[in-house]
Design a protein around this ligand. Structure first.
Ligand code: SAM
Length: 474
């Protein structure tokens, strides 16, 4: 096979690479949200490794955050709801172990905000009981930088436009919205607070709302924020909100990510950080998805009608993003004349539940068009199963080179999925744990089987985070 010009491929770089940072929930949120009430959201900022390095922020002290409602569903939908945000009160900062943050958002790696959902106009039941799934989208609105005080003035913070999108926004949900018709006089939840009186027999634990009560200008009591609800109080809230199924498992602890698609559509991907390696979208996945998506938008034949494999997909993000893009772009085209596009998502058994969940969350995006998604368990080195699943036109593998003991099995899999002169294999890579020697060993082995080239022009973000995409052909 073609020999590798190793110097053109090797990642000459320091181990300390700058990372993409994810906004994550630090404490669970209860999904039943009343209009007009203030709720507290505790947040943190971490890299794909769950870490934070201040040097990566390049002088940025933090980010101000905004919130909006995201409606996910088959039809376009005009949203009548706004989300207002304000900074955490002093007591809440203390409670959360934060130094007082002057803005609603993140300072360093920690932060939070208070939010409330309000109606732009008056909303009726139809609006609140929309068949769309509703999420809260928390996204950065400005960077905060520190200006050292001059002439004895105290140091101060200023805000500036976001110049770089190294922050991955957070999507929380699905949420249920409710409205208190008799507010404030007879709503049991509001009443007990407005009267300053708690009747233990009927009392509802305010932590159900993980929130403060709306008292126009007054701020919440931190002691009411985060305690777990008692089972009895869960029953009480069920009655009020007409939801019979709220249980403590209903608390929203998992983060979702949202990805914009053409025609105002959005792909939502759930992450499960507790699930370990496959439970989150890794840095190189963003780059691989973006690169393939851009190629497709320039030339639809890149993906339309192709059989595509997202090998070791983790959350399912890369494959589902491309399937959704194909689905959205097929709209309005004559279905009969289109060739079937198929995206196969594979991973180890423990990852499959999350992939299935993400497939079904986004199913409507590739329904009624000639795009299908399939899911299979596939372990590297399982040659007979790999053969049965093929052949493929495009194989994507993001962030799979990290375990020297599995190099041979992984390369064997690349060989099996690659039909000579037909299949293009794209491998996204960012160095993390591998030593330069291990990296060299991998790429030299790879070059014994493939012609390996580095894909050029994959953008500033990839360059900054030292991510590469390799194209393998035989
Ligand atoms: C770092 S994650 C990358 C996930 C996803 N491609 C991304 O970039 O977001 C590595 C993936 O490889 C999968 N994996 C690890 N060992 C594997 C093996 N022996 N066979 C198949 N998949 C494996 C993991 O389950 C995980 O989903």
């Amino acid at each position: 096979m073609a020999s590798l010009d190793y110097n053109s491929v090797i990642m000459v770089q320091n181990a300390g690479v700058s990372a993409k940072y994810r906004l994550c929930l630090k404490r669970p949120i209860y999904p039943c949200i009343h209009l007009n009430m203030w709720y507290t959201m505790d947040l943190m900022l971490v890299s794909e490794m769950g870490l934070f390095k201040k040097e990566d922020m390049k002088g940025i002290e933090g980010f101000t955050l905004s919130c909006k409602i995201l409606n996910i569903g088959p039809e376009d939908y005009f949203n009548q709801l706004d989300v207002e945000v304000r900074s955490l009160c002093e007591e809440a900062c203390e409670w959360s172990g934060l130094t007082n943050i002057e803005w609603a958002g993140i300072c360093g790696d920690k932060g939070g905000l208070e939010f409330r959902v309000v109606a732009k106009n008056s909303v009726g039941d139809n609006e609140l009981c929309s068949h769309h799934r509703r999420y809260l989208h928390v996204y950065p609105s400005a960077e905060v930088v520190h200006n050292p005080g001059s002439g004895g003035d105290p140091a101060e913070y200023t805000q500036r436009d976001i110049v770089d999108h190294r922050l991955v926004s957070l999507v929380i949900g699905p949420i249920e919205l409710g409205q208190c018709y008799k507010y404030p006089s007879s709503c049991i939840h509001h009443q007990m607070f407005s009267n300053g009186f708690r009747d233990d027999a009927t009392c509802i634990d305010d932590s159900l709302f993980n929130s403060s009560l709306e008292c126009s200008s007054s701020r919440s009591s931190p002691s009411s924020f985060y305690s777990s609800p008692s089972p009895e109080s869960l029953v009480s809230i069920s009655t009020i909100s007409n939801q019979s199924s709220w249980t403590s498992e209903t608390y929203l602890v998992n983060n979702h990510r949202a990805f914009s698609l053409p025609h105002n559509k959005t792909l939502v991907i759930q992450e499960l950080w507790d699930a370990g390696i496959p439970g989150k979208v890794w840095d190189s996945a963003f780059i691989v998805a973006q690169y393939m998506g851009d190629c497709f938008l320039k030339n639809e034949s890149v993906l339309f009608g192709k059989r595509i494999l997202d090998l070791s997909t983790g959350t399912g993000f890369v494959g589902l993003y491309l399937a959704a893009l194909c689905g959205v772009m097929s709209n309005g085209k004559a279905v009969k004349e289109m060739k079937q596009t198929t995206v196969l998502l594979t991973d180890l058994e423990p990852a499959i539940d999350l992939i299935e969940k993400n497939q079904s969350l986004n199913h409507y995006l590739f329904k009624d068009v000639k795009v299908s998604t399939e899911i299979e368990v596939l372990s590297w080195g399982d040659v007979s199963k790999t053969r049965r699943l093929g052949p493929f036109d495009i194989v994507l593998a993001s962030d799979v080179i990290y375990e020297p003991e599995l190099f041979d099995a992984l390369i064997q899999t690349f060989v099996t999925v690659c039909t000579p002169n037909q299949t293009h294999v794209y491998v996204g890579y960012k160095r993390r744990g591998l030593s330069p020697q291990e990296e060299e060993e991998f790429f030299l082995k790879l070059a014994e089987e493939f012609k390996v080239t580095v894909v050029e022009g994959i953008g500033k973000a990839a360059e900054e985070q030292k991510i590469k995409i390799y194209k393998l052909t035989r």
